[in-house]
Design a binder for this molecule. Structure first.
Ligand code: NAD
Length: 341
């Protein structure tokens, strides 16, 4: 297959490309604008190990419509996996316009370029083409103590990030209903793992704790997220794209509901074991003013993808977190370089 991946220099896109290159013979084209959170060294390492020529990168913003159309027409993808997005809620509160540009207009341009390409295909090729849109559980809003999000939960986004992702989900589904573009949508809970840019909770806290710096926690730390190890998300993405049904949505959950405080304390416990200091890492915790409009709880019901596509995560939250903290201990310098770029 020829697979076009957008946002492949990001955290999840990078994990997806590494997995596809190491376990399949598919040809991969990665389109990424190479933003502040992008990194290519993980993919470089994989390419050097495998000595493969089945991978290409184009540095391009999805808002460069003409170039985007040309690249898609020339590459002739069988599958598009669309991950490119601005992804950090705090940044969306500070500068929402970047989220409108990338997540809404970027997705619109990609859909239009794909529609032109799709319309030019033979009937046989049309029957094989898939546009897979990768989204988040944050589009569903915020839960109280009970309940879980599922494919039929009404949308109720509350931050500029989640609203921009919700808009992109709606655009993708409307291109299916209106133009017959064969789409699949997945909505996943919070990911964690190696190579995540240290503005998100787990890498931020891990690096702060490694450097014995104060660890900031929003509010009282009671917000709950449903954590999923990134490699398990990648397996679910590949399964959905290859075996999922056109027009369908799959919710992907983590089976790892934890309050932010529990997550931070667990990271501290792991570091107490791996790199003991004269103080407990938990002593570094400091509660700071809550994020505006902070969603209280996310939780996903993954029964559909489990029963229809036979997916289940291979990592427990604790196993994934240990792997992640060990990785950040070994690779803390990578992020000094990225942040200075
Ligand atoms: P990330 O911020 O690490 O990476 C996003 C990548 O997209 C970056 O390399 C960036 O340069 C690229 N990009 C952004 N705007 C672009 C544009 N206009 N043109 C070209 N490239 C652009 O994000 P991530 O955590 O890897 O998330 C990937 C996708 O998965 C996003 O769509 C996100 O909404 C979704 N998602 C993330 C999580 C999570 O916990 N991280 C959970 C569920 C869904």
């Amino acid at each position: 297959m020829k697979i076009l991946i957008t946002g492949g220099c990001g955290f999840i896109g990078g994990a997806l490309i590494r997995k596809l290159l190491t376990t399949t013979d598919h040809e991969i084209l990665n389109l990424d604008k190479f933003g502040y959170a992008s990194d290519h060294s993980s993919i470089d390492q994989t390419i050097n190990q495998l000595k493969t020529n089945k991978y290409k990168l184009f540095k391009i913003d999805l808002n460069n419509k003409n170039k985007l159309e040309e690249i898609i027409q020339n590459f002739e993808p069988d599958l598009i996996m669309h991950l490119a997005a601005e992804s950090h809620v705090d940044r969306s509160i500070e500068s929402p316009e970047h989220f409108i540009e990338s997540n809404i207009l970027g997705t619109f341009n990609l859909l239009e370029s794909c529609r032109k390409f799709f319309d030019s295909l033979s009937i046989e090729k049309k029957s094989k083409f898939i546009f897979h849109h990768i989204s988040t559980d944050e589009v569903f809003g915020s839960l109280g103590e009970k309940g879980r999000f599922s494919e039929s939960t009404p949308y109720d986004p509350r931050s500029p990030y989640s609203a921009s992702k919700a808009s992109s989900d709606h655009l993708v589904r409307s291109w299916y209903h209106t133009y017959g573009l064969p789409v699949i949508v997945t909505n996943c809970s919070n990911n964690f793992g190696p190579w995540q840019f240290p503005e998100k909770l787990i890498p931020l806290v891990t690096l702060k704790a490694i450097h014995s710096e104060k660890i900031p926690i929003y509010g009282d730390g009671s917000n709950v997220r449903d954590w999923l190890f990134v490699e398990d998300h990648v397996d679910a993405l590949i399964l959905s794209a290859m075996k999922g049904e056109i027009g369908e949505t799959y919710c992907i959950g983590g089976f790892g509901e934890r309050t932010n405080l529990e997550v931070v304390e667990k990271i501290c416990d792991i570091l107490d074991d791996l790199t003991p200091k004269s103080f407990k890492h938990k002593d570094l915790i400091s509660f700071v003013k809550d994020r505006k409009g902070h969603d209280q709880r996310y939780s996903i019901n993954s029964e559909k993808i489990q029963s229809e596509l036979n997916w289940e995560p291979k990592h427990s939250f604790d196993d994934g977190l240990l792997k992640t903290v060990e990785w950040y201990l070994k690779n803390e310098n990578i992020f000094n370089t990225m942040q200075n770029n």
